[in-house]
Design a protein around this ligand. Sequence first.
Ligand SMILES: [Zn+2]
Length: 357
Amino acid sequence: MSLRLPAGVVFGEEYRNLVSHCKENTFALAAVNVVGTDSINAVMEAAAVNKSDVIIQLSNGGASFFAGQGMPDKADAMVFGAVSAAQHVHLLAKHYGICVVLHTDHANRKLIPWIDALLDQGEEYKKKNGRPLFSSHMVDLSEESLEDNLNESERILRRSVALDMSVEIELGITGGEEDGVGADLDSIDNSRLYTQPEDVLAAYDQLNSIGHFSVAASFGNVHGVYKPGNVQLRPEILRHSQDLVSKTHSLSNNNPLDLVFHGGSGSPEASIKEAIEYGVFKMNIDTDTQFAFAQGVGKFVEENGAAFKHQIHPDTDEPLKKYYDPRKWLRAGEQSLVQRLTQAFTELGSKGKSVAS
Ligand SMILES: [Zn+2]
């Protein structure tokens, strides 16, 4: 437990050390999807009060929303929303006293131009500031052939390494859909929901000598929260991939791969713990944190309904400004999100383990 890193955004060697540290000490970081300063600040607050490091990430839709739904050029919104969000985190994270990994979420084939544009922005940012804009981007070409997936992932990884950045790839399909990226559970072959260890080995062989990458592996995990169905979480799939890579390359490390658990919302704690033992250092959580924010706002509106219809209470003549002030009801959403993340940090074992100094 000796790793110490300066508070703020971590990338490059620091990021790789943080990932190793998580795996060696059998805990994982929550990767929380954000859409604005409210959710970003709540994630940093939750990390600070729980003394946990955290991953802040944006999907293409989250990035667009950050720039504003009314921004005329949607492609620009996706790029500059992400840049703006990243700059916000760079400026504030160190003042929360925790380490933050900055990341983007699923980019399928049609979103690869978004990633290339973010890498262009990252080059500019690095020239000016001496550090990359993001710690890592995700490339999700799991719907393509393995060859196409790995070749394009390799191209993005080469660009990223030049910026001291990492890449997350996806092998096997995470069920469910998120921001228009993902798979309809009814239309795909069930076996594709479980990553094949041979595919993971092929990825390791092609990418490991180029730079740092992590793997979103599928073991029956699903985006969103559904009624329990025919898809079963099988974390042992992760173990098989680790074993194959470790044995093939005679590695002393029995968890050589840095694995990512997508669709963490609604997952049983025992499966989360098992996945962490098999080398998962990052668990994505979005659906449950969206719901937490909505619950907080919903409860506030329910309890103070008059303030959302009248400026002065029609029965008591009380001025209602102190209830409809957005700082009140947005804050209620933030506080509820902080509570949900406290549960996530506890389940992931990251509570009290911040390496920030
Ligand atoms: Zn995902």
